[in-house]
Design a protein around this ligand. Structure first.
Ligand SMILES: Nc1ncnc2c1ncn2[C@@H]1O[C@H](COP(=O)(O)OP(=O)(O)O)[C@@H](O)[C@H]1O
Ligand SMILES: [Mg+2]
Length: 418
């Protein structure tokens, strides 16, 4: 089979690597891919948001299966357009992707179908926003409605931070809808499933570190590292299925949403094991995919092929997992998530040897004449699987130390929870 993976991040490198393990696969293309992906697949210089470019390429090259990584092409309708053109595709259509692309829509969906989430109000201007802040009290969470690449959520502990969020939201444009939401105290976890809208296959749990600095300080990022499984109490997996996944599946059926792909539930586990959904994503998480797929022993094509070709999951299928722990440490370019330099040489990267439980997934890299250079803020996701969290962390960090370049930055406390 010829497979095309859409995207250029660490998530897509991990997907390409996992798909390449399958005996069903003869050729993999990545559109557009990155430096690391180019070592195991053919990278085609077509951007992940170039819908017509992707369609033409997939038709001309007679691609047997497309796997879409990022949210923007999903929200622009790439999945349904490919399917209309007869190209087997894994990824939800743009209507189903509203679970992620509109926070207002997702909140209404959750409330309507009894999926536990934080109390909220939708507002459309500064005055109603301020009234909602008054009503809920501080701290307060303010979320922009559309896709914002992780930059549309403001957690405000005082009025100064509310003012600055308002400035951000209504200062630039007139702004659209905004969700004002009660602040929840607790521990986060990510729970992903494959679903065809009728049934689901769960993936293992994970937890990521979103803040830039150690101790979960500083601004949010796309994710600075992750661990799988998430450090949850015994029995939580079942509880998440009962209180979130089952009502979610029922809701998809009731709304006749023919979902196709992955749903990611971002959860807050509040005191008393009270589970609330912070958000849904319509795709794999990044860097959660790195820690999840490195623990997956089954062939991912067992799921992707039927989902892509007939929009159905295989029946009675259980994924086999490595019961160890996986840890991913992201190495970024100094300055991220603000301005940073691109094109920095990563001198040691090409010489690094890894064993079968160590993986270097590339995100923002480019390869030129056999050498790797940075090409984005989050550059590498160094991942290791061990029998314990401690072992996985040690292995990942010892690799990180060998690769880190002089202007690189990484958190030292990935996998340490307080
Ligand atoms: N109601 C809430 N209470 C506390 N923290 C929240 C709440 N909603 C979001 N957050 C924090 O903000 C982060 C980003 O919010 P999320 O809804 O996942 O938006 P996005 O991923 O689109 O930026 C979450 O991972 C969580 O850390
Ligand atoms: Mg999120």
């Amino acid at each position: 089979m010829k497979v095309a993976v859409i995207g250029s991040g660490g998530r897509e490198h991990t997907l390409v690597w996992k798909i390449s393990q399958s005996p069903m696969v003869t050729k993999i293309y990545a559109l557009p891919g990155n430096g690391g992906i180019s070592d195991i697949a053919e990278c085609i210089p077509i951007g992940s948001e170039d819908i017509s470019g992707i369609i033409s390429f997939c038709k001309e090259s007679k691609i047997d299966l497309v796997m879409i990584g990022p949210e923007v092409p999903l929200s622009k309708g790439l999945a349904e357009t490919l399917r209309e053109q007869g190209v087997p595709t894994v990824g939800p259509d743009s209507k189903c992707a509203r679970l992620e692309s509109s926070k207002v829509w997702a909140k209404e969906f959750m409330i309507k179908h009894g999926i536990p989430t934080a109390g909220y109000k939708t507002v459309t201007d500064k005055n109603s926003l301020m009234r909602a802040v008054d009503e809920f009290g501080l701290p307060i969470v303010i979320k922009m409605d559309g896709l914002c690449a992780g930059k549309g959520v403001f957690i405000c502990k005082d009025m100064e931070e509310v003012e600055s969020a308002v400035e951000n939201i209504y200062g630039i444009a007139t702004g659209g809808k905004v969700v004002v939401e009660e602040f929840l105290e607790g521990n986060e976890a990510s729970y992903m499933i494959f679903t065809d809208g009728q049934s689901y296959i769960p993936l293992v749990t994970s937890r990521d570190h979103k803040k830039i600095f150690d101790g979960d300080k500083g601004p949010n990022t796309g994710g600075m590292g992750a661990v799988s499984p998430a450090p949850l109490d015994v029995g939580m997996d079942e509880k998440i299925k009962t209180s979130v996944i089952k009502p979610l599946l029922k809701a998809l059926k009731n709304e006749k949403m023919h979902y196709n792909g992955v749903i990611y539930a971002g959860l807050m586990i509040c005191p008393g094991d009270d589970i609330r959904v912070l958000e849904f994503n319509a795709r794999f998480g990044d860097p959660e995919t790195q820690v999840i797929l490195t623990r997956m022993e089954s062939d991912i094509m067992d799921i992707l092929v039927p989902l892509g070709s007939i929009s159905k999951l295989p029946s009675n299928y259980t994924i086999k997992w490595n019961d160890g722990v996986s840890c991913c440490v992201v190495i970024a370019q100094k300055g991220y998530p603000n301005d940073y330099e691109k094109g920095v040489h990563i001198p040691n990267l090409k010489n690094i040897k890894t064993d079968k439980n160590e993986f270097i997934f590339h995100a923002g890299t480019i390869k030129k004449k056999g050498e790797y250079y940075t090409n984005g803020g989050r550059v590498l996701g160094v991942t290791a699987v061990g029998t314990t969290l401690n072992e996985a962390r040690k292995k990942a960090y010892s690799l990180v130390e060998k690769i880190a370049w002089s202007s690189s930055y990484y958190r030292k406390d990935i996998g340490l929870w307080r």
